[in-house]
Design a protein around this ligand. Structure first.
Ligand SMILES: [Zn+2]
Ligand SMILES: [Zn+2]
Length: 440
């Protein structure tokens, strides 16, 4: 498998990039940022962490034909670039071109080569540059050892400037989602943590949408009471690891649509999994937390924010009153974005419940009490395929929207019982400086 090197922005930061480099209609614009290299199972991601916005006074000259910043400003960003090396960060130079001039110019080549050479002398071995012409897709490259290497560019799950995979006749009916879905499906690696009632349906749907790279994590085995909701399983599957069953499901779907899926099936509980398993997960481009407990979801969120991976979680809740009657039928999908939105700080994830969940690993009376406080004594928690399918479909649809550039939804919650639908498309500034997760 070829190694993929990508330059990754979160959607919010990407919007800022666009606003900065295209601030003036007929002038080229410039922005400067820092990126953190993060290992991926299929290569490397340079995740842009911060962006320095320029003031008008920082420009010495700007026109349709080029842009130069003042000596003071250049010295300042060069110093930042040199200092960043100590934290393993890489300077990123971004600029715009007029319509039609889609690639780096000869001037860009010379200027960046001189800068790269100087930075190498200052113990900063790398430089990343990005250019985007008005109305075109961005292009990016990495300078190392005097040479350049092309980088794939991505904003959230939207993949730019990368070759599209072959057209598959079996996927003709989803072409409406555009090149974006083909590119993302063939390049991005998805971790599905929890392949139970929701996870298995998500695995099948993603495979049938053309996704081919999967890491599956679940320590559970198929039980009789799962058979009301796990697709395509029979009694002969009882006692089988769910990750093995999910792997089979993906392989079958993948062959059906004409792709060749690469699947890692890891039979572990994500919370207690050994480091190499956690690494496999955090080195994915997308981490889907589809488990039924807060602790593992928080573990996934933590890994995603650390590694600059996209995070989505989904769950269902059949809510009962004290008499045991159904009062709510909830399906929910929620995301997270470094520096903008955190499900912990908005109360979508409950760290109190997570610490209760953690008790099961050490035993103790808090956990026992939590267990007895659950649903009706002696009856397993209710869980039905119909409601799971709604949550699974919503996760996959959210991925399809994102890869097609149709936007990012922070939260989607449906109560089928009351008919109430809650959506948040832009939960701004829900980042808590005290929070160890979103402020990491
Ligand atoms: Zn240029
Ligand atoms: Zn937070």
């Amino acid at each position: 498998m070829s190694s993929i090197r990508q330059l990754v922005f979160n959607p919010n930061l990407w919007q800022t990039v666009q606003a900065t480099i295209f601030a003036k209609v007929h002038h080229e614009g410039f922005a400067f940022g820092l990126a953190r290299p993060c290992r991926r199972n299929n290569g490397l991601a340079y995740v842009v962490e911060c962006l320095l916005e320029l003031e008008d006074a920082d420009y010495e000259h700007r026109s349709g034909g080029g842009v130069t910043t003042t000596v003071t400003f250049s010295n300042r960003i060069n110093q930042i670039a040199v200092d960043a090396a100590q934290q393993g960060l890489i300077p990123v130079h971004l600029h715009s071109h007029p319509a039609g001039v889609e690639n780096f110019s000869g001037y860009d080549d010379r200027h960046e080569q001189i800068l790269h050479h100087w930075l190498q002398g200052q113990a900063q071995p790398l430089l990343i540059s990005l250019v985007q012409a008005v109305g075109s897709e961005p292009r990016a490259r990495l300078w190392l050892q005097g040479r350049t290497e092309e980088l794939m560019v991505r904003s959230g799950l939207q993949v730019f400037s990368s070759k599209s995979s072959a057209y598959l006749p079996a996927l003709a009916r989803q072409n409406i989602f555009g090149e974006g879905l083909r590119k993302a499906a063939s390049q991005l690696q998805v971790a599905i943590v929890g392949v139970g009632g929701i996870g298995m349906l998500v695995a099948e749907q993603l495979a049938r949408a053309g996704f081919t790279r999967f890491v599956l994590v679940d320590h559970d085995k198929v039980e009789l009471s799962n058979l009301n909701r796990l697709p395509n399983l029979s009694q002969s599957d009882l006692g089988r690891l769910k990750v093995k069953a999910a792997k089979n499901l993906i392989q079958k779907a993948s062959r059906a649509v004409g792709t060749n899926a690469q699947i890692h099936a890891l039979p572990y509980d994500i919370y207690t999994a050994p480091k190499r398993v956690k690494n496999k997960v955090s080195q994915c481009d997308i981490i889907l937390a589809l488990t039924d407990n807060e602790l593992s979801r928080i573990s996934c969120l933590d890994m995603a924010l650390d590694a600059g991976a996209e995070f989505l979680m989904a769950g269902v809740d059949i809510r009962l009153n004290t008499e045991g009657h159904i009062i709510g039928l909830f399906a929910e999908v929620s995301g997270a974005e470094q520096g903008r939105y955190c499900p912990l700080c908005t109360g979508r994830l409950d760290s109190g419940q997570a610490s209760l969940d953690a008790r099961q690993y050490v035993g103790g009376e808090v956990w026992d009490k939590a267990q007895t406080d659950g649903y009706i004594k002696g009856i397993p928690d209710p869980s039905v395929m119909s409601l799971n399918s709604i949550a699974a479909g919503a996760v996959v649809l959210e991925i399809q929207r994102r890869v097609a550039g149709l936007g990012v939804r922070d939260l989607w919650q449906l109560d089928y019982q009351t008919g109430e639908l809650v959506t948040y498309d832009n939960i701004e500034n829900h980042v808590n400086e005290e929070c160890l997760v979103c402020n990491s």
